[in-house]
Design a protein around this ligand. Structure first.
Ligand code: HEC
Length: 103
């Protein structure tokens, strides 16, 4: 019986932590974290800074998702973000929404 409870508890904890860490995992898998971290500037801006910058910009998500796919430069400095063809439209939008939720 205690075993069953332990298994259920572990499963519950897993469900609770899924959404945020799943996005982090996707970002890792798609190589975003080679240039970004959540809270420190690396090659690209910290994701928390990105979230702050677009806090009041309702249309930012689709625009940034397109930029993630196609690349771009000039918003954060002179280092360009190369195109990321390894993410499709849905994945790029999912990642950007996650980035914008980090504050
Ligand atoms: C080779 C390094 C590199 C990789 C890989 C990379 N980025 Fe970037 N990213 C950058 C740089 C540099 C900038 C700043 C571009 C600028 O100043 O316009 C940036 C900017 C951004 C921005 C803000 C764009 C803006 O206009 O404000 C977002 C959002 C972002 N990246 C998400 C991602 C995601 C999601 C991935 C993974 C699919 C990713 N990046 C992969 C280097 C990278």
């Amino acid at each position: 019986m205690t075993r069953v409870i332990a298994v259920l508890a572990a499963f519950g904890a897993m469900l609770i932590s899924t959404s945020a860490s799943a996005q982090l995992e996707l970002a890792k898998q798609k190589n975003c974290l080679a240039c970004h971290t959540v809270d420190k500037k690396l090659v690209g801006p910290a994701y928390k800074d990105v979230a702050k910058k677009y806090e009041s910009d309702k249309d930012a998500a689709p625009r940034l998702a397109k930029k993630v796919r196609e690349g771009g430069v000039g918003v954060w400095g002179q280092i360009p973000m190369p195109a990321n063809p390894q993410v499709n439209e849905a994945e790029s939008l999912q990642l950007v929404k996650w980035v914008l939720s980090l504050k």
